[in-house]
Ligand binder design. Structure first.
Ligand code: ADP
Ligand code: MG
Length: 346
């Protein structure tokens, strides 16, 4: 069916519900996944039409922040939303636009309570924007690195579980996040919400990687990159080729998030970027000197950071492993040895 009648509101309400669909069930609704796969990129535009939001309909509010994409605004579109406007400097031809649409189309397929709700996109140049629900809480990055919040073990495990659930769902749908980091994980009254999945290439489209400049490395980004991605950094820049992100490299990134949750800081603390790239690329794991945790906790970390991608656990396994960890609150009593401690910040 074309489903082009009526307002989109009913459908968006459905999209707003917590997902309980089996991911193996076909795409449902209007999209015939076979059509989608068989046809050329122009059919991507076709199937995306129902997600197209006319830019004029958006009531754009304050700037929330700036990232690799461009500017993120809060706004209103049938409720509070986040509007990610892409920099248009390099989205200047049809091919690039179609690539943008193809990337955005992955969003359509995501309905899970631990994933940000995709509401639509503005797809008419020069206004390209992605509209999602507005996350109300703070990012894990803010909790851990700015507020220096300390989570007890049961909360830490609960957060990691929810991240694993959201990520497991994405992977089951064939979507690689490519940019899993604490800045892209919100905590909304105890609920984890993951954002920005599958958009990494869009950000690349918005930047001129051919200018001959050195690859720009945002602070705190390198520590999420797996060895195989790390080794391709320069190559990717020269050839204007995508970095080899996979579900496995996502798991590596999750390991780093797990480390941050446990230690309250990033791995490789104090090392310059060159040293991180060199060490990780050669198979060295970050130092665990600041991590005083039980064996099981460290095992999860080491497995995620395995040098060989296929030795990293899948998120389903991760959930089982996290489940096995003792969830008891940490007590100071000597009968409960401290499972983790954070180094004093300086
Ligand atoms: P980064 O993820 O590297 O911080 P982004 O461009 O994704 O860069 O985000 C820029 C800012 O907008 C950040 O402060 C981020 O927390 C905020 N932000 C992004 N998406 C949302 C959202 N859906 N809801 C609320 N704030 C958001
Ligand atoms: Mg982000």
């Amino acid at each position: 069916g074309s489903g082009s009648t009526g307002t989109d509101d009913s459908e968006r309400t459905i999209a707003g519900r917590v997902d309980s669909q089996d991911s193996t069930v076909s795409d449902g609704e209007n999209a015939d996944p076979r059509c989608f796969r068989q046809n050329s990129v122009s059919s991507v535009s076709q199937s995306l039409r129902e997600w197209d939001i006319p830019y004029d309909e958006l009531d754009r509010g304050e700037v929330i922040g700036r990232g690799r994409f461009g500017i993120v605004y809060s706004g209103n579109w049938h409720g509070h939303v986040a509007i990610k406007e892409l920099r248009m400097d390099y989205v200047n031809d049809e091919k690039t636009l179609e690539a943008f649409k193809a990337e955005v189309s992955t969003f359509r397929k995501t309905r899970h309570e631990n994933l940000v709700l995709f509401m639509g996109a503005c797809m008419k140049p020069p206004r390209l924007a992605i509209v999602t629900s507005l996350c109300k809480g703070r990012t894990l990055y803010t909790h851990i690195h700015v507020q220096k919040d300390k989570f007890n073990m049961s909360k830490t495990i609960m957060i990691a579980q929810q991240i694993s659930q959201g990520m497991g769902y994405l992977h089951a749908r064939g979507i690689v996040h490519k940019d899993l980091k604490t800045k892209n994980i919100f905590l909304e009254s105890g609920k984890v919400v993951i954002t920005d999945f599958g958009l990494f290439n869009v950000t690349r489209l918005c930047h001129d990687t051919r200018r001959g400049n050195w690859l720009s490395i945002p602070p705190g980004w390198l520590c999420y990159l797996s060895p195989e991605v790390m080794r391709n950094l320069r190559v990717a820049q020269k050839q204007d080729d995508g970095l080899p992100f996979t579900t496995y490299s996502d798991v590596y990134g999750f390991g780093t998030v797990w480390y941050e949750l446990l230690c309250g800081e990033w791995p490789h603390k104090g090392l310059p970027p060159e040293a991180i790239i060199w060490q990780v690329g050669r198979g060295m794991k970050p130092s665990l000197a600041n991590l005083q945790a039980s064996r099981d906790v460290k095992d999860i970390l080491m497995a995620c950071w395995s040098y060989r991608p296929d030795e990293r656990p899948e998120f389903s396994t991760m959930q089982a492993n996290l489940n096995k960890l003792p969830k008891k609150r940490l007590h100071r009593s000597p009968s409960h040895p401290i499972h983790l401690s954070r180094s004093a910040e300086s």
